[in-house]
Ligand binder design. Structure first.
Ligand code: AQP
Length: 344
C-alpha cells in the first residue's frame, strides 16, 4: 500500500522554498495517500549543534504544516526524536551504507564547506538517518525539493543492499514482500516540477536557504505583507523585460527564479506566466508578484502565528502523532532486529 513520508528540519526561518518545494505537495498528497509528516529535530542538530530555541523551532514547523492545510487528525504529524526507532534503524544503516556512497553526497560538501575536518559526524551520516526516517515505516513515496534527490537515491541503495545482504535471512523468516522478495521498498521521490528549486532573491544561482545570513535572500513564511513587498522590491533582477517564451529566460537566473516563484504561487506553468507578462518591465511584474505572494503567504503566516501562541495544542498534536508513528515503526524495527540477529 502506498505510504508517503517526508520531513522538514526545525532550523528556523522556514521559507518559500520549503513551502513551494515541499509543504504544498505534502498538502496535496493527503487527498490520495496516507501520510506521515515529521519535524526532523535530530537532523536539526547536525550542522549547528546548539540551536537558538529548538522547542520553538519545532513548534513553528508543526504550525506551518497545519497552517498550510495538513490535517493532523487524518495524517500523522510528530517530531522525530520522540520515536526511537529512527535512531535504532539509522545505526543499522550506518553499517549498511558505504563510505564511498556518503563521500559522493553534494549536500555534505556544501554544508561542511572548506573546514570539512570540523564538520560533525552527524552531518556526514545525515543521509543514513534520512533513509531510516523513510524506511522505518516502509514508506513508498517521498515529496521533496530537488536538492534531496541524491539522498533519496542513497535511500534506495541502502534498501537494496539491506535486502540483498540479508536476502537469505529475510526469506528464512518469511519477511519478504510478495514477489519482489525484499524487505524494504525502494521509495520514490515526488518532486514538484514548477517549484523544485527556488533560488535566493539576492543570487539566482544559489538555493533559497534557511541558513543564508541575508534576510533579503528569502521570503519567510511568517513575513508580513510589508516585509514581503520590501524583499521583492529589492530582489535582484536584470535590465531586460520579461520574455514571452521560456528560452528568453536562459542565462537570466534571477528572472527565471522570479517567474518560477510566480508560477509556483499561482499553480500555473511557467509558459502561462510568460504569456501573461511577456514584454512587461520588472517593476510591474514585481508588483503583481507581491500581490500574489501576500495573498498566498499572509494567511499561512497569520495562522502559524495564531497556532504557535497555543503551544499546548501543538505539543498535543506532536505527542499523539508520535504514538501513532511509533505503533507503525515498532513492529518493523522488531523485524529488522530479527533479520540482523539481535536478540530482543
Ligand atoms: N530552495 C528550495 N527550493 C525548493 N525546495 C526546497 N527545500 C529546501 N529548500 C528548497 C525543500 O524543503 C524541504 C525541507 O528542507 P529541510 O529543512 O529539511 O532541509 P534543507 O533542504 O537543508 O533546507 P534549507 O532551507 O536549505 O536549509 P539549510 O539552510 O539548513 O540548508 C525539503 O524537501 C527540501 O528539498
Amino acid at each position: 500500500k502506498p505510504l508517503v513520508f517526508s520531513g522538514v528540519q526545525p532550523t528556523g526561518n522556514l521559507h518559500l522554498g520549503n513551502y513551494l518545494g515541499a509543504i504544498v505537495n505534502f498538502v496535496a498528497l493527503q487527498k490520495s495517500h496516507d501520510c506521515i509528516y515529521c519535524v526532523v529535530d535530530m537532523h536539526a542538530i547536525t550542522a549547528t549543534l546548539v540551536q537558538p530555541d529548538l522547542p520553538a523551532q519545532i513548534r513553528e514547523v508543526t504550525a506551518a504544516f497545519i497552517a498550510a492545510g495538513i490535517d493532523p487528525v487524518k495524517q500523522i504529524v510528530f517530531n522525530q526524536s520522540r520515536v526511537s526507532a529512527h535512531a535504532e534503524l539509522a545505526w543499522v544503516f550506518n553499517c549498511v551504507a558505504r563510505l564511498g556512497w556518503l563521500n559522493r553526497m553534494t549536500q555534505f560538501k556544501d554544508k561542511a564547506g572548506k573546514d570539512r575536518e570540523n564538520a560533525s559526524t552527524g552531518l556526514y551520516a545525515y543521509p543514513n538517518l534520512m533513509a531510516a526516517d523513510i524506511l522505518v515505516y516502509k514508506a513508498t513515496h517521498v515529496p521533496v525539493g530537488e536538492d534531496q534527490k541524491q539522498h533519496l537515491e542513497l535511500t534506495r541503495d541502502i534498501a537494496q543492499k539491506f535486502n540483498n545482504d540479508f536476502g537469505p535471512r529475510i526469506a528464512e523468516l518469511g519477511l519478504g514482500r510478495g514477489e519482489a522478495g525484499g524487505f524494504f521498498p525502494a521509495p520514490e521521490p515526488l518532486i514538484q516540477p514548477q517549484a523544485a528549486r527556488i533560488m535566493s532573491l539576492r543570487d539566482g544561482t544559489k538555493k533559497m536557504s534557511k541558513s543564508d545570513p541575508s534576510e533579503y535572500s528569502r521570503l519567510n513564511l511568517t513575513d508580513d505583507a510589508d516585509t514581503i513587498a520590501q524583499k521583492l522590491r529589492k530582489a535582484k533582477t536584470d535590465a531586460d523585460a520579461i520574455p514571452s517564451e521560456a528560452k528568453g529566460l536562459e542565462g537570466r537566473p534571477e528572472a527565471e527564479n522570479l517567474v518560477g516563484i510566480f508560477a509556483g504561487l499561482a499553480g500555473k506553468p511557467v509558459a502561462a506566466v510568460l504569456q501573461d507578462f511577456g514584454g512587461s518591465q520588472f517593476s510591474a511584474f514585481k508588483q503583481a508578484l507581491t500581490d500574489l505572494a501576500v495573498e498566498r503567504l499572509a494567511p499561512v503566516g497569520g495562522e502559524m502565528k495564531r497556532l504557535v501562541a497555543d503551544p499546548g495544542y501543538i505539543d498535543g498534536v506532536l505527542k499523539a502523532g508520535a504514538e501513532r508513528a511509533a505503533a507503525i515503526a515498532a513492529p518493523i524495527m522488531d523485524e529488522v532486529k530479527d533479520i540482523v540477529g539481535f536478540i530482543r
